[in-house]
Design a protein around this ligand. Structure first.
Ligand code: CP
Length: 336
């Protein structure tokens, strides 16, 4: 496996992509904004190979036989945890789901001590979801390349595999996204999915917009490479792709939206809004889990002619197989 070249300009944008190009030998996938165009292209190409394998009756390959992966999910998950588990199993790795509720975490053990314990048992990589932004980087700094750290969503910071699977799903339908208007609608402030997508879609030259009530829109969000809107109509005007985000219902309790019915009136992605403002063949996406009737109307979510929601879930397995493969099959650089 070739090491991606540092500072590769994106062919889509001509811009220099991040210097800190991922080296799989370092065994971590933590931050979408640190991925270069070349890194993402390599992940997509690898995922395509695995997607082809997944379409066969027998999905299992021996690629990661002998490798051990532990899922450490400190927050709830259906899609990410299950697809990482299936991805590991399809690659013949041994994969264990660490149960936080019945572990010594409940006796106050720190996450570093917990991960050290797993490393001492011969675990090769951990897949982590945690409410604390930056926890994966903290673990990577502590472990170096002794233990692979894969971010499955850390606080509001990042959810790299979601951004990657979203891009993969789009590229299955549209060969190029350069200049395409992609609108992310919902609770941008608390969304790691929005941050991942802004970073990754920008690498490929998309015209990224975000839309939310001002209470759910960080003031400095445009610095990440997007245009911010507090009204949905100008955001949706001429959109090629609309990504809905889950409205975390606790935001209403925190006073960030007046009521769900108000949110529904002004921001819900429904057929009428799509027909009035977007392109006729606009793609609809949602990372899940959905609050039907809140951020997305049910008929929009279920319209197979435009909704990519199921495709996103399917792509997640191939993308996670690709990352596990790249992280665990590349020889470790000693002394890093
Ligand atoms: N999209 C996503 O992260 O879903 P889960 O919370 O079910 O993993």
């Amino acid at each position: 496996m070739a090491t991606p070249t540092a500072s590769t300009p994106s062919p889509a944008t001509g811009k220099q992509t991040p210097d800190a190009t991922v080296k799989w030998q370092h065994r971590h996938v933590i931050d979408s904004s640190k991925l270069s165009y070349t890194d993402v292209q390599e992940i997509l190409n690898t995922a395509k190979t695995f997607a082809d394998i997944l379409s066969r009756p027998v999905k299992k390959v021996p690629t990661l036989r002998g490798k051990v992966i532990v899922n450490m999910f400190y927050e709830n998950s259906t899609r990410t945890r299950t697809s990482f588990e299936l991805a590991g199993r399809y690659l013949s790795a041994d994969i264990s789901n660490f149960s936080i509720a019945t572990s010594s975490v409940k006796k106050g053990e720190s996450i570093i001590d917990t991960a050290e314990t797993l490393a001492a048992m011969g675990v090769d990589a951990v897949v982590i979801r945690h409410s604390s932004s930056g926890i994966c980087q903290q673990l990577a700094n502590h472990f170096g390349n002794r233990l692979g750290i894969i971010n499955a969503g850390d606080g509001w910071h990042d959810h790299p595999t979601q951004g990657l699977l979203d891009l993969y799903s789009i590229l299955e339908k549209r060969s190029c996204i350069k200049g395409k208007k992609i609108v992310i609608v919902g609770d941008i402030t608390h969304s790691r999915v929005a941050r991942s997508n802004i970073a990754i879609l920008n690498l490929f030259g998309a015209d990224v917009h975000v839309a939310a009530p001002s209470t759910l829109l960080p003031v400095d969000i445009e610095q990440l490479g997007c245009k911010a809107h507090t009204q949905i109509e100008p955001a949706l005007e001429g959109a090629d792709i609309v990504m809905c985000l889950r409205l975390q219902l606790e935001r209403q309790k925190a006073g960030l939206i007046p009521s769900l019915s108000e949110y529904n009136k002004f921001y819900t992605i429904n057929k009428e809004r799509l027909q009035r403002h977007c392109k006729p063949d606009t793609i609809i996406m949602h990372p899940g889990p959905m609050n039907r009737g809140v951020e997305i109307a049910s008929d929009v979510a279920d319209d197979k002619s435009t909704s990519l929601i199921t495709n996103q879930v399917t792509s997640g397995v191939a993308i996670r197989m690709a990352l596990l493969y790249l992280v665990l099959s590349t020889p470790v650089e000693r002394g890093q």
